[in-house]
Each structure stands twice: as structure tokens, then as C-alpha cells.
Design a protein around this ligand. Sequence first.
Ligand SMILES: NC(=O)c1ccc[n+]([C@@H]2O[C@H](COP(=O)([O-])OP(=O)(O)OC[C@H]3O[C@@H](n4cnc5c(N)ncnc54)[C@H](O)[C@@H]3O)[C@@H](O)[C@H]2O)c1
Length: 302
Amino acid sequence: MGVLTGKTAIVTGAGRGIGREIALHLASQGASVVVNDLGGEVDGGGAGRIADEVVAEIESAGGQAAGNYDSVATVEGGQSLFQTAIDRFGGLDILVNNAGILRDKTIFNMEEADWDAVIAVHLKGHYCCTRPFARYIRESGRPNCRVINFSSVSGLYGNFGQANYAAAKAGIAGFSRTLALELAKYGATVNVISPGAATRMTIDLIKNTGREVDLDDPLQGGQPIARVAGWLASDTSQGCSGQIIHVARGLVGIMQQPAVIRSFVSDDLLDHDELNGLMPSLLDARATNVSQAKETGEPESV
Ligand SMILES: NC(=O)c1ccc[n+]([C@@H]2O[C@H](COP(=O)([O-])OP(=O)(O)OC[C@H]3O[C@@H](n4cnc5c(N)ncnc54)[C@H](O)[C@@H]3O)[C@@H](O)[C@H]2O)c1
């Protein structure tokens, strides 16, 4: 008996990379898994049935899975994916919004198509797959439902050459905070993973920084992220919602959320000179906050 026995999960973009590891792990914990993947290139072009390979892997290990090849970037695709879970397994408990593409360019060279494609798969994709599930959670009263979304340090910190991807990934953080509020009364949780893993999306980038990639090292790929997704998917995580968990190579951390660090209030409109007086204190407070977070965020050994 695994911690997810009797549950059904959808994992988007689960034909390879992090999503594949999540699908395998959730299935190993007893969940029936809908393995969604459009099967395209990193930039979103093309299509294929790679989801079938993961379904076969799950089934040969004794688990239950169904393939789905819809694009998460359309409302019809999200609805059809949800329906696959209902038709094949009779319900849905866990949605992992993991599918993603990249079209990295600086703003000077970013065409409308590059912007639209990345926003469509990541940000709109989260909406398209989540809305049918959210309605179902409200209507069915199904307990302990879970939504696990995928952001990135690219959007949470900012990253040169990724304005489209960063905008989508920051948007996913905001989407998730609101969804956590909207679904709380139905007992569902919504959390975000900020992952780091060697996959086709990142192997070249990692190598460019001079780091070695060893795909036989279980800590370098998607497995550590799958373990955290498994915990978030389980009933044990009920008290954790609206959080951003950073997971990379054996490191598990919790991210800061936007909050006012220091503030002043006045009954009158502030003029330019008064702002000149106040703003340095705000910037100092911010710098202190950053250095404190850096100190408390230093990893401790487990
Ligand atoms: N690898 C990292 O270090 C890293 C860092 C930050 C964020 N992420 C995020 O993690 C998630 C997984 O990334 P990965 O590294 O495993 O990448 P990956 O390219 O290995 O896997 C992504 C999968 O999504 C699928 N996909 C793309 N568009 C789709 C669509 N419209 N519908 C359905 N499936 C689609 C692809 O076919 C692919 O199999 C992504 O959201 C990515 O942005 C990854």
C-alpha cells in the first residue's frame, strides 16, 4: 500500500523529464495516473505519442495508467484531459501542471509568436487544466484534492533572455496563491514547485555553467522533485497550501512570498522631497531582508 492508494492523478508533460518521474513516483505510491504529453520539441513544435512509453513502464511495474496526448494550451485540451481521468478511473484527486516549453530570446528579438506560445503552454495551460478540476472539486465534494503547479526561479527571481517564460512562471505563482484561497473551503490545497533538474530543457544550460551532468545520479534529474510532488499529493500535506517549494539536487526549501517589509503612512500626499527622504530607508529595509533570508536559507544537512 502506497500513500496514494485509491487516488487518481493527472500529470501534464509526463512523457519525459520531471513529469515522467512524477508520474512513475505517484504510480509507485498507488495512484492511477493519466500521463499527458503532446510529445513535441522543446520549443513546442511537433507532436508524438511518448506518453505511451511511460504508461507501459507504469503498467509493467504493476501500476495503473492511461495516456493522453492533448495540448494543455487549449480549453478543449484541458477538458478532454480531465475527461480522460473521469472516463478511465472514475474520478480525480491530484492535478500536476508540469508541461512546459522554452523560446528564449531577449526582448529585442522576441516575436509575438514566441511570447504567445510560451504564455499559452505555461500560464494559460495552468488555467485550461485546472478549471475543470476546480469545478469538479466544488461540485463533487471530493476530499483532500491537490493541485501542484510549476513555477521557476526564472520568474521568481528574473532571468536574462526569458521574459516570456519568466512572465508565465511569475504568473503561475500569482494564479496559485489565488487558487489556494478559492479552493480552501473545499478542503483542496494548491502549491507550487520551483524545480531544478537536468532534463532536455536544461542540460545544455547546466553544462554552459561548467557543471557536470550525470544522468545516473538520482539527485540530478527529476526524482527529488517527484518525491516532493508525492508528499504534496498525499493527505499528509493537508496543512500546506499556497506555498512555493524549491527542489533541486537534494535541496528542499521554502520560498519567500511577496510581503511588505517596512512602510510609512502619511495623512497628506507625499511630495518629491519627502519621498527622497523615505525611499532610502525602504531600500535599506529591503537589503537587510535579502541578507537575512540568504542567511536563514543556507541549507542544513538532513
Ligand atoms: N528542468 C529544470 O531545471 C526546470 C527549472 C525550472 C522550471 N522547470 C519547469 O518544470 C517543468 C518540466 O520541465 P522539464 O525540465 O521536465 O522539461 P521537458 O522538456 O523535459 O518536459 C516537458 C514536457 O512537456 C511537454 N509539453 C510541452 N508542451 C505541451 C503541451 N502544450 N501539452 C502537453 N504537453 C506539453 C513536452 O512534450 C515535454 O515532454 C516545466 O514546466 C518547466 O518549465 C524546469
